[in-house]
Design a protein around this ligand. Structure first.
Ligand SMILES: Nc1ncnc2c1ncn2[C@@H]1O[C@H](COP(=O)(O)OP(=O)(O)O)[C@@H](O)[C@H]1O
Ligand SMILES: [Mg+2]
Length: 376
């Protein structure tokens, strides 16, 4: 079943641009990706015209969603920045959101109801960023905070797997999406809507636009903290994302090897460049405990991230060992902090979460136990 590109384009003939031209003939439409029952495309307009185009985007989404065989449609509005022009503002959601003071004194719009957004990032992929993000979110939740997690790793969404989520989010009133709740976390991932292969072909601006919509057109509700699992790397796309999301702070995950540390260093400098405070560095796969004999070995040269953090003048948040249990549980969608809260692994993540919570309260990393009220 499903729908094909021609059917989508035919339907879009009925959607008019602000000047009355049928959308497919405006030249603003990206390639239409129609796979299965999911449709994705973007509309690229001049940054100054974003407001006028937002209703067109909404209408296009409605029209495509109404096609038989379509389960989900995501239409992204992309503001192309002209040389020398100011950076595009994220498209405004239909309902007016109160502008919050951005941590950097810019006019970055917050997400209504969300007190703090923090990024979990890494210089390169495969270092355990998503595993860390999930367990950190659960650790914050165990402290009594209301926590959401957003999978912004659009090129390799991992939350559907790490949290064993197979259902699709429901829409509320046609356009807003209801996030999924798992282990007490409010969860949203582009992976709920689009296949991983589809996401791989997105261009940078489409990614930014999809991210903006996942932030602003999802009913996040009231959250103390939103943890954002960022795509790996420190290139332009990551830099733009770091600029687009109103971040309170960032956490860098690294393995102890020299090469990973060089990338971690780039990560720290990337966030510093956009004035996002680095809340700290976590060393993942820090050391190996043999499951049979209990012997500890430092395969990657343990301690590198701690030294690097000291050198860079950012807090060191903790070490997570390389352990089969972590890998198995993580890949089975059974995150340790939720499923084995009494295990030593869960304790490690909770300690890290306590340090992060402490910093979010402005208490500084050097202080002792966080003054968070834990509900009985
Ligand atoms: N501390 C750890 N010990 C063992 N395996 C781990 C650990 N952290 C992550 N992994 C495993 O490494 C792989 C990559 O982790 P993932 O969190 O997806 O990384 P990233 O998001 O950085 O790509 C996964 O199979 C995961 O289960
Ligand atoms: Mg990942």
């Amino acid at each position: 079943m499903g729908v094909n590109k021609e059917q989508v384009l035919a339907a879009l003939e009925g959607v008019a641009s602000p000047t009355g031209t049928p959308l497919p003939r405006t030249g603003a439409l990206s390639d239409v990706v129609a796979g299965d029952s999911k449709v994705f495309f973007s509309i690229t307009v001049d940054a100054a015209d974003v407001k006028a185009w937002e209703p067109v985007r909404k209408r296009a989404e409605e029209v495509v969603r109404a096609l038989p065989g379509v389960q989900s449609a995501l239409v992204a509005l992309t503001a192309e920045r002209r040389a020398g022009a100011a950076p595009p503002r994220p498209p405004q959601a239909a309902r007016a959101a109160p502008a919050r003071a951005a941590p950097r004194g810019e006019s970055l719009q917050g997400v209504p109801g969300v007190a703090a957004i923090i990024a979990v990032a890494s210089g390169k992929g495969g270092v355990g960023k998503s595993t860390t993000a999930v367990n950190l979110a659960l650790g914050l939740s165990a402290l009594g905070l209301k926590v959401g997690i957003l999978d912004a790793d659009i090129y390799g969404p991992s939350l559907p797997k790490l949290l064993a989520i197979r259902e699709r989010p429901q829409t509320i009133g046609g356009t807003r999406l209801k996030p999924i709740t798992r282990y007490g976390l409010t969860v949203m991932s582009i992976g709920f809507l689009i296949d991983e292969e589809t996401a791989m072909i997105w261009r940078g601006p489409m990614v930014i636009s999809a991210l903006t919509q996942m932030l602003r057109e999802v009913e996040w509700g009231t959250l103390d903290v939103m943890v954002v699992d960022m795509p790996p790397g420190t290139g332009d796309a990551q830099l733009t994302m770091a600029q687009q999301v109103p971040l309170k702070g960032a956490i860098i995950v690294s393995t102890p090897q020299d090469l990973a540390l060089i990338d971690a260093r780039r990560g720290v400098s990337m966030f510093k460049r956009v004035n996002v405070p680095v809340l700290g560095v976590i060393e993942n796969m820090s050391y190996f405990l043999c499951p049979h004999c209990g012997t500890r070995s430092d395969i990657f040269g343990h301690g590198g991230a701690r030294h690097e953090a000291q050198r860079l003048g950012v807090p060191f948040l903790g070490e997570v060992p390389l352990d089969m249990v972590i890998r198995e549980k993580s890949d089975a969608g059974l995150p340790l902090v939720a499923t084995e809260p009494d295990s030593p692994y869960a304790q490690i993540y909770r300690d890290i979460a306590a340090k992060v919570a402490d910093q979010l309260k402005g208490a500084g990393a050097g202080r002792a136990a966080p003054k968070i009220v834990i509900e009985a």
